[in-house]
Design a binder for this molecule. Structure first.
Ligand SMILES: [Zn+2]
Length: 411
């Protein structure tokens, strides 16, 4: 790992520098179309130029660099991840994938290694969707998936997406020019921190992603009858909160018996929410994910069946509203195998694992083959200032990517 440890030091330092660009002085918070977005793009493009790349910013605000192929009309291999963060975020989520790719290209440039394809690095401007409530804005602009009505999306201060783009020096009307042709892309490779505890538990520095889980989300509303906590006998109650509690435990129980499926109730609203009032109405969320859509939907229908049975037995009304649905995205077999070989060549046992979190690769899969490499992160903690990775794991990640890209050359 010797030759990569110096690069890893550089990657760690650059994540630290990017991590200092925040719109909030108390924590890391860097959102789309802010001054700090602009500064992050400038900083990143400076590093790209140092690495021997030509750079540009596209119409949505992604920053790009190209390590040009010596072959005319060469296809492009795209590497990258996102440069935006959640509020109170960590300094490796997203940034690692951009910064590591730049250091690798610098290494190729240093040895004058040329490829039969361009190596394009992209720093996506908005993956988290924190400012306008819609995720993957950067990568979806590339794939032509932007929608006209997003023009009117507003941030917490009432500034529309269109206005924010104008303030940044971009134009909503030019967004189509950010889309890229699918014909000349070899693939999209994304290095990202795992954001979960699996690699740490198995004592592995990296892992190869099999698929990005598909997710469905719902709002469940249970309606009962509010009443006086002292006067209504237990046998005559229609307690919405008790009913919802039974349903929430059913979610946990059913998903515990469905390997490959994770289901979560993370949000609850109760009314009237008084200490001496029987609950009349309870709303809770349901988020259910799997890398296998069929498996997920089977568990989901079991959960809904149990909800209906619980509501019927307690004689309460249940309404179900779907708020989100995204299919699972499988990683490309050829690229995945290339990563497996790259990991093996670095002397590491290639663990294959699914991604429970969403990534830019999900959007990119619309236009090209995608694959992802995960770097172990401490305690599986992410979207938090305690997000932490080691220099050794970064060196292994760089080595695995280096081997993968070098091998693609001969594929
Ligand atoms: Zn991320």
């Amino acid at each position: 790992m010797g030759e990569f440890s110096e690069l890893a030091t550089q990657v760690m330092a650059r994540c630290e520098t990017l991590g200092s660009l925040s719109q909030d002085p108390h924590c890391l918070d860097r959102r789309y179309l802010t001054e700090q977005h602009k500064l992050a793009n400038q900083l990143t493009s400076g590093w790209m130029i140092e690495a021997g790349m030509t750079t540009w910013q596209d119409a949505v605000g992604n920053i790009w660099g190209r390590y040009t192929s010596s072959v005319p009309n060469a296809p492009r291999l795209i590497l990258g991840s996102h440069l935006d963060t959640v509020p109170n975020g960590g300094k490796y989520d997203g940034m690692l994938g951009v910064v590591a790719a730049i250091s690798l290209v610098a290494m190729f440039d240093g040895t004058r290694t040329k490829f039969p394809f361009h190596i394009d690095i992209v720093g996506f401007c908005d993956e988290e969707g924190t400012r306008f409530g819609t995720t993957l804005l950067g990568s979806r602009a590339l794939t032509g998936q932007w929608q006209e009505n997003w023009r009117y999306l507003k941030d917490a201060n009432g500034i529309s997406l269109e206005q924010a783009m104008n303030n940044f020096g971009l134009s909503f009307d030019d967004i189509a020019s950010a889309s890229i042709a699918r014909t000349d892309i070899l693939g999209y490779l994304e290095l990202h921190i795992e954001q979960g505890p699996v690699l740490e538990q198995e004592d592995l520095p990296v892992g190869v992603v099999s698929a990005i889980a598909g997710a469905k989300r719902y709002n469940m509303t249970v309606e009962g009858m509010a009443g006086h906590a002292g006067t209504v006998p237990m046998s005559m109650r229609y307690d919405a909160l008790s009913c919802a509690s039974e349903m929430i435990l059913a979610v946990e129980h059913i998903s515990q018996h469905r390997p490959g499926v994770v289901a979560t109730v993370g949000k609850i609203e109760n009314a009237p929410n008084g200490v001496n009032v029987i609950s009349g109405r309870t709303l809770f969320s349901l988020d259910i994910r799997s890398e296998d859509d069929e498996l997920r939907d089977k568990a989901l229908s079991e959960i809904i069946d149990s909800f209906n049975a619980i509501a019927a037995r307690r004689q309460l009304k249940l309404s179900i509203e779907q708020t989100h649905s995204a299919p699972a995205v499988k990683c490309n077999e050829h690229l995945k195998q290339a990563l497996v070989k790259g990991v093996e060549a670095s002397g590491i046992n290639p663990r294959i694992l699914a991604s429970g979190a969403g990534h830019d690769a999900m959007a990119m899969a619309d236009i090209c083959p995608v694959a992802m490499l995960f770097t172990r992160c401490k305690g599986g903690i992410s979207h938090h200032p305690a997000e932490s990775i080691t220099e050794y794991d970064v060196a292994v990640s760089l080595s695995a990517l280096y081997n993968t890209i070098s091998n693609l050359q001969h594929a």
